[in-house]
Design a protein around this ligand. Structure first.
Ligand SMILES: C[S@@+](CC[C@H](N)C(=O)[O-])C[C@H]1O[C@@H](n2cnc3c(N)ncnc32)[C@H](O)[C@@H]1O
Length: 235
């Protein structure tokens, strides 16, 4: 897919092993910001859709078919946003991310992308969205960052709207294998040293409730690691 970049001069990037990373006090994100990373995120999205056989868990299918306004928070290269915009042409999809690698002009008309930092004021009015989806910010938000982000998402969600947040429980790996186990131990140490919560998946229900959301529910699904079959291969 061709990507377009909006102007994003605010954040200085540094090169390390030919990869580009954020170098800004305003951005805690640990992964690279470059075209290679976009490719990984796109593949990851397709693996997730194949394994779970769905793109969302919230009870919003009927509303999406009729036409609602949706935010993909921390959308990355917009793989989920684009898929959903194609599946639900009556709904309007907005993707926001600190990274400026967004799908090019061939995107559907019901899809818009804008640069924004989830730990600052987002470029949307109060009560804009009926449904907010946020996936895999585990390496991007500190404890303080989660608090600010959830408060901002509460501001832009309409009363009665749904928010869906998907995060992996990286402390609870089954059948990961010794190498992946080592990677996770090193990653967890790095996260802890930067005040990035490692166990965010298990904490989310409490955190969203503390932020002011109501009727929070938790669902646990399993990703196949070192399993056979197409799903295992994709992961
Ligand atoms: C692992 S990627 C997930 C992308 C997408 N949600 C998905 O599931 O394909 C995390 C994304 O969060 C974005 N991100 C990290 N910190 C952010 C922040 N403070 N504000 C906005 N986006 C942020 C990154 O740029 C990256 O695109």
């Amino acid at each position: 897919m061709k990507m377009s970049t909006q102007d994003n001069k605010e954040h200085i990037q540094i090169l390390e092993n030919n990869r580009e990373y954020y170098d800004s006090e305003k951005i805690a994100y640990l992964l690279p910001h470059d075209i290679d990373e976009c490719g990984c995120l796109q593949k990851q999205h397709h693996a997730s859709r194949y394994i779970f056989q769905k793109n969302f868990w919230a009870p919003v299918k009927k509303q999406l078919e009729e036409g609602i306004t949706v935010l993909d928070s921390g959308c990355g290269p917009g793989s989920w946003t684009l898929d959903m915009a194609k599946d639900f042409p009556n709904s309007k999809f907005h993707g926001v991310d600190i990274s400026n690698f967004f799908p090019d002009e061939s995107k559907p008309d019901n899809c818009e992308f804008v640069i924004g930092n989830l730990t600052e004021t987002l470029p949307f009015e109060d009560n804009t969205f009926d449904y907010i989806h946020q996936r895999l910010l585990i390496l991007g938000l500190t404890n303080d960052g989660w608090e600010k982000c959830l408060s901002e998402l509460l501001r832009v969600l309409k009363p009665g709207g749904y928010i869906e947040i998907l995060e992996p429980n990286v402390k609870n790996l089954h059948n990961g294998g010794p190498l992946l186990e080592q990677v996770h131990i090193a990653l967890a140490e790095m996260m802890e040293s930067r005040d990035i919560p490692v166990t965010i998946a298990a904490e989310l229900k409490n955190r969203v409730t503390e932020a002011g959301f109501v009727n929070a529910e938790e669902t646990l699904d399993f990703l196949p690691l070192n399993h056979g079959g197409r799903g295992g291969e994709l992961m």
